[in-house]
Design a protein around this ligand. Sequence first.
Ligand code: NIG
Ligand code: FE
Length: 406
Amino acid sequence: MTHCDLLLRNVHVATMVAGDRAWGYSGRTGAVAVVEDLVTWVGDDARIPAGLEPRQELDGEGRWLTPGLVDCHTHLVFAGTRVPEFERRLGGASYEEIAREGGGILSTVAATRRASERELMDQASRRLALLARRGVTTIEIKSGYGLDVESELKMLRVARSLGSASGVTVQTTLLGAHALPAELHGARDEYLALVCDRMIPQASALGLADAVDAFCEEIAFTPEECGRVFEAAIAHGLPVRVHADQRTNGGGAALAARYRARSADHLEHTSEAGVKALAGAGTVAVLLPGAAHFLRDSAIPPLASFRAHQVPMAVASDLNPGSSPVLDPLQALSLGCLLFGLTPEEALTGMTRVAARALGLEDRVGTVAPGRRADLVAWSIGHPSELSYWIGHEPAWVVIRGGHRI
Ligand code: NIG
Ligand code: FE
């Protein structure tokens, strides 16, 4: 190696690569070389290859360097808020009660259908800018507030445009099976046919969806109904993910395992059998503590069981207006520790390496290693546990995306 575009020196590198070393940290001051958009070398600052000529050098002054954060479960694109519902819940109404009355998700659907792509783009860009400033370099964005073909495709187009406009890597997920739209007056089969025969084929043909998700829950869809959606997804070559066992144990984890889902998300009410099924399928458990906190749910996911069965755990913001208006990825890490009992190292692993796996991007992002995309964050902290410790801190010093300093 003779030249590199960027050399970061004098940093403690938490590579987050799996192995014996906590945080993937060597214990010594490190350096990272970048050529174009890729990391090409990671090692001790004292052992930078002789003759390396960096075009640009950055002295981290002893800060910590981690992979860019991967927020692997969000509903970033939507219009409006759910403030009236928030106030009602504070007065004692339940999330389910509000949903059954036609509020909840359906109220965001009404606002999102009315909004133009421009308006959705403006609102979502502002939210994405906050996440990006706090270290997010890859984000997953779901549809699911359209619930008709044109509105679902509109949401996915906005999500794709956000990726090209912001420089943040965006993965899109079609969540047509999020709720039954009001205009179908309970015609479940008709709606599922629309999702399977029109939404999925069109989103796939237009290259607008990287995966398909479904909300498996009493107030949403049964495992059989979600299974129908997943058959269509798989027939179109799209991997699946599941909103599983969030409010009740509805067999969501077993469903995820049956379809070899990339991830099963929420899992507050998953049983031991469900955990074993996830382990057997290699499915990632995506923990969403922002939603449990915001819905004041006393149930927490079975972490001891995930650990015992070696189910990989990711952590995400679940950013959405109804159950998790979380605009700060570090707040999700903090809640993951305080509410669910993750260690700070598990939490950060869950928002880097394991989150990348939930998106099928483990060969590209989520660790600091040669060949991985140069998505890096230098943090003004004395130890990586601080990312889960402070509340309301903005510790990102420099964010680098695809080799470019932002
Ligand atoms: O992940 N659980 C379903 N979907 C979202 C909430 C959607 C909403 O309430 O708007 C979630 O929590
Ligand atoms: Fe969600």
